[in-house]
Design a protein around this ligand. Structure first.
Ligand code: HEM
Length: 540
């Protein structure tokens, strides 16, 4: 009885406190906690009908992603079906892991799902937000329409000699490495080449990473390339989206509404990661702006070039679309090539060579096709690349299936939309799991076997397969704009290399090879090979 009386008097006191307008700390804390829980679980609540594995409070499935990489999605797809929930902190992603549903998201219902969701590390960064990848709605469609002609076949053909010159330099670097080192650090050299290719074709600058003797860039800042690349590297390291990222990014995963205010606050505090990110992005912006100013001057002096930046500046002149091609967009679009067009292409080249190196049967067929094309000094044209190397096409497709460099494609609904029987409200993050599609045994029997012939257009497996089961460049109007360019570069590289070498795995490389997932998929310790010069071997 005394206990009850005591409790009641406590309650009366609480009421009195409330009446006086000063709730005790416990009650305020409870109210705050409830408010936070409502805020935290609201996005989940809106898509609760979609099945998914239980998520850990605050972090969701981030620890599983960090531990197992995107392969964890294969496990979840097996258990929960072709459409399921996956939690990045507070944010639920609706993962789509089925070819027909990807077609629905990427093509049939594109008008309601045309934007990408912005990953927290890019929020509030003009360098990322103003590029094609993250622009939204009508800004995206106008921008895509404006720059699509710059990726048309005639322009890409004009870039082939430039690409070919860096491919030759890669051959030289491989020979040099083979002479000087116990193994050829193949994936490193392929990345250097891919960066050089983007330097020349997008920026109009010779980064000279593949050259034996780097030449200072004529007429410009001799440190431009080195500084740009080291800043790019630093900035990319900050783009990871996990719990080791900047404080504002981590908060963005748990309470996105607070991310921007916290970011602005932390950017002012010395010693914070947010401040370091802002500083490196500011340096990158200044550097690219200076290049754009210099290249604009060249254009006015009529010094014609075929690179992307020169073409963009010409488009600005002729289209008169000052707003769309304003300096912030030109800067972001040019820089985007370094992010989107280097690691992806280099990884694919390394995958092909790594996979072929342990399959002599595939290697023999490939060499046969490449040798049949003609003498080594006959460079393939764009048309040749398209029609004369059908087996190479199959090898590249299979390597891209085996190791899907961009295993996840992020989209976001701009209207309420129904996908796979689930009603998804406006603002739902819908991510296409290309990596899961690529290993679907119904579409690719024995998915863990490297078998290029499964892409032979005459084979039953290929005929039976869903047309959107293999989409390493994405799907629909928002698919990769650089696809044809990337395939030119990959094919030119493989043709040139196999005209001169065959490759074997180096004992210095771990087996099986380890992968890691950063911005895209990468070989954790690199692809290390032995290069056998075909002139000096019995392989011919
Ligand atoms: C093997 C090489 C490459 C692969 C596998 C690849 C893959 C992808 C994928 C999966 C997407 C998302 C597509 C979607 O949402 O449906 C994408 C978008 C994009 N890629 Fe690539 N990419 C590669 C090379 C390149 C290159 C060389 C460039 C630039 C020259 C580039 C520029 C872009 C851009 C700008 C977008 C955004 C397009 C938009 O939102 O409209 N990519 N890429």
């Amino acid at each position: 009885m005394d206990l009850l009386r005591g409790w009641l008097s406590g309650w009366e006191n609480t009421e009195m406190n409330l009446v006086r307008g000063c709730a005790p700390p416990l009650l305020s804390s409870v109210i705050l906690l409830v408010a936070f829980l409502v805020y935290f679980y609201l996005p989940y609540w809106r898509v609760r009908a979609v099945p998914g594995p239980p998520a850990t409070f605050l972090v969701g499935h981030l620890p599983a992603l960090a531990k197992y990489g995107p392969d964890i999605l294969r496990v979840f797809a097996k258990e929960y079906g072709p459409i399921f929930r996956f939690h990045m902190g507070r944010q639920p992603l609706v993962i789509v892991a089925d070819a027909e549903l990807c077609k629905e998201v990427g093509i049939k219902k594109f008008k309601d799902i045309k934007n990408r969701s912005s990953p927290p590390p890019t929020v509030g960064s003009p360098l990322h937000q103003d590029a094609l990848f993250l622009t939204r709605d009508s800004t995206w469609s106008s921008m895509r329409n404006t720059i699509t002609p710059l990726y048309q076949p005639a322009r890409l053909s004009a870039l082939i000699p430039t690409v070919q010159s860096y491919v030759r330099a890669l051959g030289g670097s491989i020979s040099a490495a083979q002479r000087q080192q116990p193994f050829v650090p193949f994936s490193d050299l392929a990345l250097r080449m891919a960066i050089d290719v983007i330097g020349a074709t997008a920026f109009g600058v010779d980064f000279a990473l593949s050259a034996a003797q780097p030449q200072p860039e004529a007429g410009g800042d001799p440190h431009f390339a080195a500084d740009l690349l080291s800043e790019c590297e630093e900035s990319m390291a900050y783009l990871r989206m996990d719990l080791s990222s900047s404080l504002s990014t981590v908060l963005g995963l748990v309470a996105p509404a607070l991310q921007i205010p916290l970011k602005h606050f932390l950017e002012r505090l010395p010693g914070t990661t947010d401040r370091a990110i802002r500083a490196v992005e500011a340096r990158l912006c200044r550097r690219i702006d200076a290049l754009v100013a210099r290249r604009s001057g060249e254009r006015e002096r009529g010094e014609g070039s075929v690179d992307f930046l020169a073409a963009l500046l010409r488009a600005r002149g002729s289209e008169g679309d000052e707003e769309l091609l304003a300096p912030n967009y030109i800067r972001a679009l040019t820089y985007e090539h370094l992010l989107a067009g280097t690691r992806t292409t280099a990884f694919t080249i390394s995958s092909v060579v790594y996979l072929v190196a342990k399959r002599p049967d595939v290697e023999t067929k490939l060499l046969h096709e490449i040798d049949a094309f003609g003498p080594r000094d006959r460079d393939p044209t764009a048309d040749d690349l398209h029609t004369k190397f059908p087996y190479l096409d199959q090898v590249i497709k299979e390597a891209m299936r085996f190791y899907t460099v961009s295993p996840l494609v992020a989209r976001e609904t701009s209207q309420q939309v129904e996908i796979g029987g689930y009603v998804l409200p406006k603002g739902t993050y819908v991510w296409l799991a290309l990596g899961v599609l690529a290993k679907d045994p119904n579409q690719f029997p024995e998915p863990d076997v490297f078998r290029p012939e499964r892409f032979d257009p005459t084979c039953e497996e290929e005929k039976r397969r869903h047309p959107y089961a293999h989409i390493p460049f994405g799907i629909g109007p928002r698919a990769c704009i650089g696809q044809k360019f990337a395939l030119h570069e990959i094919k030119l590289t493989i043709i040139h290399l196999y005209r001169h070498f065959v490759f074997r795995h180096s004992p210095h490389m771990e087996s099986p090879i380890e992968l890691e997932y950063g911005l895209v998929l990468e070989f954790k310790h690199g692809v290390k090979l032995i290069a056998i010069n075909r002139d000096a071997s019995s392989f011919d």
